[in-house]
Design a binder for this molecule. Structure first.
Ligand SMILES: NC(=O)c1ccc[n+]([C@@H]2O[C@H](COP(=O)([O-])OP(=O)(O)OC[C@H]3O[C@@H](n4cnc5c(N)ncnc54)[C@H](OP(=O)(O)O)[C@@H]3O)[C@@H](O)[C@H]2O)c1
Length: 350
């Protein structure tokens, strides 16, 4: 029997999630939450750009929880602990792409989520492509090593066509290069990678002494125009953050991101190919990369259409985790708890 899911918001990732749920016989879309008032009353399929699915978006949370879905697929721009606690406390499992891996950094708010899981007998899991799936690849690759000195995942991307000032300004983009506290902004804005460092260490069975973040910035020497905003010359158009899990003074896990916009950066960061470089240093040292390409039949007329690939690879790891999260014991669960999620239901059946 298909697992019933409610889709929470239909933004970039959420729209691809709706399309993927509709295509997967193992999942049944039974409800859709709309954050934007203008989306209330519109069919989720139409919001996703496909035909109607017979599921109308609503902002009535009680009505959605009253459907008793097996799982909420949670893709809002920002996670809300109140909202998550309400869903979990009502006995509904959650898979999230919204800035959550294990809640390591949330302090007392994490305890609220754990309490809600216990009250509702539900589970919460956070993933995405990065952090999330890229770490699963790294851990899989590490599975042939008899000694592991360090696990490194480096994400790099030219994000000129990713137009999300609401999520990019908080990590430092667009700020004058001499803004005090830029490091703190990048640390705060990428903190979910610190959670992923803890997850990888857990999977390796390593107790870390500390998790640190080192940030770097590049300014643009000319205005960078994007679809909805402009980064003026002299402001940040490149952000790097390296999250490191250390034992003593030795880095055992490093998860880093390097994002740039435009071609007028100073210093001039060269990004030859968007994607992830993965290296497990040890016996043996193993390297691999995670690259993605659209298939030949992919219909894309605009750059925005191509951007959908990035949203698909964010949405699908969460969907693949749904069966294991629904079956899991109550609480916050991560990949090391769940075993390897299987990519079921994606082979098209004529
Ligand atoms: N781990 C990963 O690999 C990865 C990669 C990319 C993105 N992400 C995360 O996935 C989530 C979704 O990303 P996205 O690009 O799809 O986001 P988005 O399109 O910017 O926003 C998603 C939806 O959030 C709702 N929303 C808008 N403003 C909000 C606010 N101030 N507070 C709460 N909700 C608001 C809207 O819902 P309605 O549609 O209902 O109006 C919007 O469509 C984000 O948390 C993002 O950081 C994770």
């Amino acid at each position: 029997m298909a697992i019933s899911v409610v889709q929470w918001t239909t933004g970039n990732v959420g729209r691809e999630s709706v399309k993927a749920i509709a295509a997967n016989p193992g999942l049944e879309l039974v409800g859709c939450y709309a954050w934007s008032p203008g989306k209330v009353g519109i069919d989720a399929g139409e919001l996703a750009g496909i035909g109607p699915l017979g599921v109308v978006a609503t902002d009535d949370v009680d009505a959605l929880l009253g459907l008793k879905p097996d799982c909420v697929v949670y893709n809002p721009q920002w996670p809300s602990v109140d909202e998550l606690a309400r869903i979990l406390g009502a006995g509904v499992n959650v898979v999230s792409t919204a800035a959550f891996i294990n809640g390591h950094r949330l302090g007392a708010a994490r305890d609220r989520l754990v309490d809600a899981c216990e009250r509702g007998g539900s589970s919460l899991m956070g993933t995405g492509v990065s952090p999330g799936f890229a770490e699963v690849v790294a851990l899989t690759v590490a599975g042939i090593c008899s000694r592991i000195d360090r696990v490194t995942v480096k994400e790099q991307a030219d994000t000129s066509f990713y137009d999300s000032p609401a999520t990019e300004r908080p990590v430092g983009f667009g700020q004058p290069i001499d803004t005090p506290g830029l490091d703190d902004m990048a640390r705060e804005g990428t903190a979910v990678f610190g959670e992923a460092v803890a997850m990888v260490a857990d999977a390796l069975g390593v107790e870390l002494d500390e998790i640190v973040c080192e940030a770097e910035f590049a300014q643009t020497t000319a205005d960078v125009e994007m679809a909805s905003w402009t980064i003026p010359a002299g402001c940040v158009a490149g952000v790097s953050a390296s999250w490191q899990g250390r034992v003593g003074d030795r880095t055992v896990v490093e998860l880093s991101v390097r994002w740039k916009k435009g071609s007028t950066l100073e210093p001039d960061w060269v990004i030859e190919k968007d994607g992830w470089q993965i290296e497990v240093t040890g016996l043996p040292t193993v390297t691999t990369s995670l690259d993605f390409l659209p298939p030949p039949d992919f219909e894309a007329e605009t750059i925005e259409d191509f951007m959908a690939i990035g949203h698909i690879i964010t949405a699908v790891p969460a969907l693949n985790a749904v069966p294991a999260v629904v079956a899991a014991a109550p609480g916050i669960v991560t990949y090391p708890d769940l075993g390897m999620p299987m990519p079921r239901g994606w082979v098209p059946v004529p």
